[in-house]
Design a protein around this ligand. Structure first.
Ligand code: SF4
Length: 356
């Protein structure tokens, strides 16, 4: 299906000084910030929105009020998103998980419950999960998510201490006590499971992890999913376009991280080291790449890119959206113009190109 480069995205307001674009006519594979991401397993990442009302000081994707590297934000037309999930699902077979996550807070999408309901209605989708930092979670929202068919919330709570949690999330209205109380209520009163997905920042919050583990054990996090754990601790990593808090003096390597995790597992008597298979991951065929790194491709410009210096483009066959770097601002203002480009990144069907 070919689209119209002049109407593929349209301005739809502002977010902390950045233009928000409503995406309604683009291929929804190819960009890391929105659409569908296939990493070769039965878990499809579904990204409906780049907006975020949190402002985490360690944010790996530089989201929220203090973002410095972004020039645009995107919200995806929900029916199109579901159509693209279905397309990808056809290649991968049944028994899939749709994990709604993103480079922002998925709960900012105005039709998030419609997305969940529609995904849950697809034959190939077995379960639907959603990643959130939880600032907007409430009992009434949880009931709406339950009604839509949500199976699990991956809750990114990074500290149990209210002051530390607030400083990590970077907004003074964030109350971790309320978030954890709501999460506990969700586990006890709805069909939705909750698992914690904290990021451990060396020298900042590693002592908080034991408290979060005790919380998870007490409330039975992960149990409804049949998982051996309700806490999936993430390692802090520095990303090219992410934020690094000044309080983090060193970044752990993988060996150090796993040694620390094994020690915490022993101290708490709670499973923290798990195989991907134990939490539902299975290898699956990947969606084919229409072009590869090094290929010369004619790209059609469609509008401003996510980051400064980036433009959104699609290939002539309208199969993938591509992040194009290296053109001047003037060229950005001509949707429909064609550019000869070289693909410099193609991993997981996420494409970056530069002019040829
Ligand atoms: S880490 Fe997540 S919740 Fe926090 S600012 Fe980044 S995108 Fe938003």
């Amino acid at each position: 299906m070919h689209g119209n480069p002049k109407t593929a995205i349209r301005p739809a307001g502002w977010h902390y000084g950045r233009r928000v674009y409503w995406i309604e006519g683009l291929p929804l594979i190819g960009h890391i910030a929105f659409g569908v991401i296939d990493r070769g397993t039965n878990v499809l990442q579904v990204r409906p929105s780049t907006l975020c009302f949190h402002n985490c000081i360690f944010c790996s994707v530089d989201a929220g009020p203090s973002s410095r590297r972004r020039r645009s934000e995107y919200t995806v037309e929900w029916e199109q998103l579901v159509v693209w999930v279905e397309k990808v699902a056809r290649v991968k077979g049944g028994g899939l998980e749709a994990l709604i996550d993103g480079v922002g807070e998925p709960l900012t999408h105005p039709h998030i419950t419609r997305i969940i309901k529609a995904l849950k209605g697809l034959d190939a989708i077995e379960r639907v999960a959603l990643e959130t930092h939880g600032g907007s979670l409430s009992k009434s929202l949880a009931r709406a998510l339950e009604k839509a068919g949500l199976d699990r919330i991956n809750l990114s709570v990074d500290a149990a201490d209210p002051r530390l949690a607030r400083s990590l999330v970077g907004v003074d209205w964030y109350g971790v006590d309320r978030v954890l109380k709501t999460a506990e209520w969700i586990i006890a009163n709805t069909s939705i499971d909750v698992v914690l997905t904290p990021v451990v920042l060396p020298g900042v919050n590693e002592k908080e992890m034991a408290t979060l583990v005790h919380w998870a054990r007490r409330v039975g996090a992960g149990r409804k999913s049949g998982w051996p754990t309700g806490v999936l601790i993430q390692k802090f990593e520095i990303h090219k376009y992410g934020r690094k808090p000044s309080t983090v003096k060193s970044v752990w390597g993988w060996r150090r991280f796993y040694t620390w995790l094994a020690r915490l597992e022993k101290e708490t008597g709670y499973r923290l080291l798990v195989d991907p298979g134990e939490i539902g991951f299975k290898p699956r065929p990947r969606v084919e790449k229409p072009f590869e790194r090094g290929d010369r491709v004619t790209l059609v410009l469609v509008g401003p890119g996510w980051h400064k210096g980036e433009l959104l483009a699609v290939d002539r066959g309208w199969r993938r959206v591509v992040a194009l770097y290296g053109l001047t601002e003037g060229e950005a203002l001509t949707p429909g113009a064609e550019v000869e480009a070289r693909i410099v990144r193609d991993k997981d069907n996420i494409f970056i190109a530069v002019p040829y």
